[in-house]
Design a protein around this ligand. Sequence first.
Ligand code: PLP
Length: 422
Amino acid sequence: MNAPASTIEELTAQRDRASQEHATLVARGLKLDLTRGKPSPRQLDLTNDLVQVDGPLTSADGTDLRNYGGLQGLRELREIFSGELQVPVEQLLAAGNSSLELMHDALVFAQLGTVPGGERRWVDEPEVKFLCPVPGYDRHFALCERFGITMVQVPMTPDGPDMDVVERLVAEDPAVKGIWCVPKYSNPDGTVYSDETVRRLAAMRTAAPDFRIFWDNAYAVHHLTDEPAEIADLLALCAEHGNPDRAFVFGSTSKITFAGGGVAFFGSSPANVEWWLSCTSKRHIGPDKINQLRHVRFLRDADGLREHMRQHAALIRPKFEAVDKILTEELGGTGLASWTKPAGGYFISLRVLDGCARAVVAKAKEAGIALTPAGATHPYGDDPTDSVIRIAPTFPEQAELEEAIKGLATCVRLVCTEKLLA
Ligand code: PLP
């Protein structure tokens, strides 16, 4: 275990050593990429059988899936995901290939039509604001920017968003129409919302009658340990507390089967589902049911889904463990950085000394190690503390990943010791 440098001489020696190591790294001309949370080719291989679809192209009720129709998506696929996404089958829709697309559509539908319980279209409001727990997912923030939605940061705690802040903001400001939530193994901190957080989200008083929780349960089944995290049932709690239409639930098989070749899900209250279908029925005549059938034949049932996810975990757990081991060896005890040890999901958050994240990412780039831009975890790309770096360990091969994390640790030591000496 390292120790924090206690004298200027020790710090200078650390900085000089890191500087030399960095120069060596740069000279090697590496080309390593830790930018996006993508499944690795070996993970994708787990799903190769998906492309074969044996047997008749009909659903359990005999519908010919080669034809138009079936706006709700295949019931047998919705049955597989209903439990894990905590949405009753009747209220769960199986749609296209991307949940992000559904979140985009939800915003468009709310802008251009009135959501149940709303008084007017969001586009007719003087201002629309969304609460953005930080650190968070850059593409949620990009959607807000796209539609001119003002983003209001809310700090994350180990239990989810700081609910004292959330409750105050939603109660006092009718312009606050929504909140982004990744409730299980959040992107990028790996946080699992506590039952109390979920209950307070469901129960809180909101000034906007059409307030919506965008519940992006992207990592619902993406466990890294043998003790899967459970979260409270938001939809049920919303109904129990008299706010049945408050939650929009999203999910997808992007990191279960094929990223970009999977199926996305939308779930909500009966009123919201009816509203959603009335919007989507103008947009298309039904989803790709053949792809949905492939997923049913491939995953079989909820147990098949869980078994498949165990195979993913077996491939990616060693990567998460390697990141933790290397960071502990290289940075543990130095006081220069801390990092998360998630029990699921796709990311590790590395926190460096305030004011150092951008410089670390820049130094890593010089050494041929591509990282998600510092600031991406915050609205408008601006992390006011300039301290959070998102690590996406799943895509690179193990050896490449280990090399990249060692290089990253060198950059952290270099930039942070320089900062302390400045
Ligand atoms: N939501 C979160 C929190 C994600 O991390 C990602 C991908 O990284 C997505 C959504 C994208 O999902 P999809 O591929 O279903 O659009």
